[in-house]
Design a binder for this molecule. Sequence first.
Ligand code: ADP
Ligand code: MG
Length: 266
Amino acid sequence: MPIAPRATDPVLSVEKLRTSFMVDGSWKPVVRDISFTVAPGETVAIVGESGSGKSVTSLSIMRLLQPDTSRIEGKVMLGGRNLLALPEHEMRKVRGNDVAMIFQEPMTSLNPLFTIGDQISEALLCHAPMSKGEAKAETIRILEKVRIPSAASRFDEYPHRFSGGMRQRVMIAMALATKPKLLIADEPTTALDVTIQGQILDLIKTLQEEEGTSVLFITHDMGVVAEIADRTVVMYQGEQVETGATTDIFHRGQHPYTRALLSAVP
Ligand code: ADP
Ligand code: MG
């Protein structure tokens, strides 16, 4: 029986998450005993260099790793349920309704065979009763909200017609359409030009402020952390070396790796 969540409970609680991969016949731990929470409306960053286990952490939370070659231990609590103990068909509903994900390469999350308008309308129609016409009008409103220029005229275009930055906006629009409890963004701006990066960050901040969405933001960039995160988890070689309010991490970060990351911030 799931325990009914209270308004003050964390949206996400990760407890002693440990992920191993089968490599050359034995289990190799890649993420070791990561624990953190994301409160309602909060933005938490996971920061660390390439290969430190950030993506494996987010993929473990959503159970998107190959089950036969990976082992995920610990607890991932969302809405009073341990996601690691849910049957796969329940987990699919969690991915569709409760959590939205944005990855570095947005093309992997958009279906190339359907128009942008149809994909967002479909997401809307899955979540609230409305007519197709209403869904179209709402889709255009959302596309305008994420500042897609000439949104109405781009409704019938396919994903390949959008630039990288525009595709990331479309992914944020999808996230708006499903009104998730949690948005997990894994290096969503890494592949983009610096000016576009800033615009996408602003948009995620707006989404967070206006919709109260909780955000788990993954990045290797301390500058981005400073801009967006209330609290920060620092990962190094698969371990969590420091956790705290972002301002504390910046002013009083203790771990040598945190200090090294900070020294690289201009
Ligand atoms: P980050 O996102 O921080 O750059 P990752 O989480 O992608 O790092 O990877 C962490 C470590 O796990 C790396 O050493 C990577 O090579 C390893 N790894 C990732 N996926 C797999 C896999 N499917 N099988 C074996 N090792 C993996
Ligand atoms: Mg990664």
